[in-house]
Write a protein of this length. Structure first.
Length: 259
């Protein structure tokens, strides 16, 4: 599906593809944007020359995350299936991926960035998993963060819901390289990929991604289904999960019942 909410550019004779979340200012990952991403990822499977996939956001921010409206109980099953489908699509693509992050990178936006092999950021970046503040949790991040930064730091991010500066994220090992601003980041990432990625065989890179991420991909493929069931069948049957979503949409403080 083609969506105006996602654009694609090619660089270096088609060896690099950049997908841009194109619904500023928030670049919300709603159903339309996710369908656009899925369609473009499918199209890229036949690009044998592709050596790097870049993901970034238009405007000042990467993404505020998935649509809160689509987290409502009636829409949550379809939303999670579609969102988690993007992770399976990236696994199948098996091309090195890099997130280029400016501004807010939250919730599902951060989960999408975490799925990438590399995460570049400028100093405006703010990264966080605020789902707990809405009475819910972040399924993919619950699996990916412990692998990337260890259980202790993952627990802190997932259970406090606070946002981290680019410098804090870099100190935890989430950031491949940190730049002063977006322009410097775009130039710096291009220099990095010319040196480190383009000299390689595209075929070898695909096999190397599959090999390096064998455990990562197996965990995500199997356990994400279990966590999705926990989210839909148990969490969304609680008062507080539904209250958290409703209070956000109604611009009021939640009234928790702890059940």
């Amino acid at each position: 599906m083609i969506s105006e909410k996602v654009t694609m550019q090619s660089f270096h004779d088609g060896q690099v593809a950049r997908l841009t979340l194109n619904a500023p200012k928030a670049n919300i990952l709603d159903s339309d944007m996710m369908a656009g991403l899925d369609g473009l990822l499918s199209d890229l499977r036949d690009r044998q020359e592709l050596k790097l996939l870049e993901l970034t956001g238009a405007g000042d921010h990467f993404s505020f995350g998935a649509s809160v409206q689509e987290h409502a109980r009636e829409q949550a099953p379809a939303m999670l299936r579609q969102f988690h489908g993007l992770f399976h699509a990236l696994i199948e693509l098996a091309v090195p991926a890099a997130a280029l992050v400016s501004g807010q990178c939250l919730g599902g936006g951060l989960e999408l960035a975490l799925m990438c092999n590399f995460l570049f950021a400028d100093r405006s970046a703010r990264l966080g998993q605020p789902e707990i503040n809405l009475g819910v949790f972040a399924p993919p991040a619950s699996l990916i963060l412990p692998l990337k930064i260890g259980q202790h730091k993952a627990d802190e991010m997932l259970l406090t819901g606070r946002s981290y500066t680019a410098e804090e994220a870099a100190s935890m090992g989430l950031v491949t390289a940190l730049f002063n601003d977006r322009e410097e980041m775009l130039l710096g990432v291009d220099e990095w990929l010319v040196k480190n990625i383009l000299p390689k065989s595209a075929a070898a890179l695909r096999f190397a991604v599959r090999a390096a991420r064998l455990r990562f991909n197996d965990l995500l493929t199997v356990q994400l289904r279990s966590i999705e069931a926990l989210y839909l069948d148990r969490l969304m049957s609680t008062h507080d999960a539904n209250e958290g979503i409703a209070s956000f949409l109604e611009h009021r403080k939640p009234s928790w019942k702890n059940c």
